[in-house]
Design a protein around this ligand. Structure first.
Ligand SMILES: CC(=O)[C@@H](O)[C@H](O)COP(=O)(O)O
Ligand SMILES: NCC(=O)COP(=O)(O)O
Length: 247
């Protein structure tokens, strides 16, 4: 199986820079427009409970500004569920969230949280929103996603990315192998696998080469690169690397 790998661009950290000064600039909506113009396949935005980057009002503005599918990352709370139902994004990716964390540190415990997640998955699905679960690449979590009826999972690639940054080639290869095996298992279970977190020009190609993966979501690195080369060039370069890995 090999299909064109979609690139979803996470624009959260454009909002992080905006919020640093409390004004309107830089506007994540402008980032979404650029992603659309340059051929990105989707916009990902994580409305954190503490609103440290994306804010409620950004969601409608992003949706109004572009026809690209919006993948709303959200914690499994009643508040976020109500927001998702009101905004009707193309997809909702349920992520674990801790107020004090610097970023999303690990995957959602879909197995341990079955009873909390089940009604949320059902209500999102009933509203026509494609549910994704941001999980570690493990059999236990994949089987839990299947029991919950999630059509999509996104594998957290943070451990893979950290191993590379640590220069630990053995751990990096182990993590890559785990993501590849779980991507194949996801397809066997009828689930569409995506991946993301901490992906960069340096580490994206081995992940992009996993034929079963349908989509990568990449944000922080692209926004960082955009400071130097512009968002358009950064997205184009990432797209090229993905295409080189999966011709
Ligand atoms: C869930 C996830 O990985 C993304 O939302 C992304 O990393 C940007 O958000 P944070 O940096 O706030 O985790
Ligand atoms: N779900 C992962 C995501 O949207 C982007 O993560 P990152 O590239 O900002 O680490």
């Amino acid at each position: 199986m090999s299909q064109r790998l979609r690139l979803g661009v996470n624009i959260d950290h454009v909002a992080t820079i905006r919020n640093a000064r409390g004004g309107d600039h830089p506007d994540p909506v402008r980032a979404a427009e650029i992603v659309a113009a340059v051929g990105g396949d989707g916009i990902t935005a994580h409305l954190r409970e503490d609103r440290r980057h994306i804010r409620d009002a950004d969601l409608r503005r992003i949706q109004a500004a572009t026809d690209l599918p919006l993948n709303l990352e959200m914690a499994a709370t009643e508040e976020m569920l109500a927001i998702a139902l009101a905004h009707q994004p193309h997809a909702a990716c349920i992520v674990p969230e801790k107020r004090e964390e610097r970023t999303t540190e690990g995957g959602l415990d879909a197995a341990g949280l079955h009873n909390q997640l089940a009604p949320i998955v059902t209500r999102l699905s009933d509203a026509g929103i494609r549910v994704s679960l941001f999980i570690e690449a493990s059999e236990r979590q994949l089987e839990a996603a299947q029991r919950l009826g999630a059509p999509v999972v996104e594998f957290h690639t943070g451990e893979y990315a950290h191993a590379g940054l640590d220069g630990d080639a053995e751990r990096e290869a182990r993590e890559l192998d785990r993501i590849a095996r779980m991507s194949a298992l996801a397809r066997q279970l009828g689930i569409e696998p995506h991946a993301g977190h901490g992906l960069t020009y340096e580490n994206v190609k081995p992940i992009a080469a996993i034929a079963e993966l349908a989509e990568l979501n990449i944000g922080h690195y692209l926004v960082g690169e955009a400071v130097f080369v512009g968002l358009e060039a950064a997205v184009r370069r990432m797209r090229d690397l993905m295409d080189e890995a999966r011709p």
